[in-house]
Write a protein of this length. Structure first.
Length: 160
C-alpha cells in the first residue's frame, strides 16, 4: 500500500516479526499504534511517527521542557478526532510500503491530519530526531535501533 499524504496508518505485525527491536512501539490488537507517515529521502522508504492517547504524559514532558527553556522534539500534542493525540516523534521508525497494513480509521473513515502547522511541526520534530540519531546521540535509553532497521530496509529495496 502506498500511503497518502497526511494520513495515519497501522503497521503490519510482520514488521515487528522481521525487526524484533524491543523498543519499537508495537501493534496492540492491530489498532495501535497508529502512525503518521513521512516520506523518506529514499524512494520507497517512509518514516512513521507513532500516535499515543497518553496525553497527560506527553503534555507533562512538553511543559517540563518549556519550563527549562528547552525545545521538545520528542512529541507533539494536537486536537484530533474529537480529542487530543500525541505524536511521539522521539519514537519515529522506518518502514516500506510492504509493512503498511492499512489506514487508521474511526467509524470506517480514514483519519488524516489537516492542520498545516501541526503537520509541519511533526515533520520538523521527526527530522530533528533523525538528525540527532544520525550523529550517534542517544537521547533515550529505550531508543529503538532505527538506523540499523533503515539500513536493512534500504538493502531490501535495492535488491528488488
Amino acid at each position: 500500500m502506498l500511503p497518502r499524504s497526511n494520513s495515519l496508518y497501522i503497521i503490519s505485525d510482520q514488521y515487528f516479526l522481521d525487526f524484533p527491536d524491543p523498543y519499537l512501539k508495537r501493534n496492540d490488537e492491530e489498532n495501535r499504534p497508529a502512525c503518521f507517515c513521512i516520506p523518506g529521502s529514499i524512494s520507497g522508504l517512509f518514516w512513521m511517527v507513532p500516535m499515543s492517547r497518553r496525553i497527560a504524559k506527553y503534555e507533562d514532558k512538553i511543559n517540563k521542557r518549556k519550563a527549562e527553556n528547552k525545545p521538545c522534539n520528542i512529541c507533539h500534542v494536537i486536537p484530533l478526532a474529537g480529542g487530543k493525540s500525541a505524536f511521539v516523534t522521539g519514537d519515529v521508525f522506518p518502514v516500506t510500503s510492504k509493512y503498511i497494513d492499512r489506514e487508521y480509521t474511526i467509524s470506517g473513515q480514514p483519519v488524516m491530519l489537516l492542520d498545516k502547522t501541526d503537520i509541519k511541526a511533526i515533520k520538523t520534530k521527526a527530522k530533528a530526531i533523525l538528525a540527532i540519531t544520525r550523529k550517534g546521540i542517544i537521547f533515550n535509553q529505550k531508543q529503538p535501533g532505527i538506523l540499523s532497521i533503515e539500513a536493512q530496509l534500504i538493502e531490501m529495496l535495492t535488491k528488488k
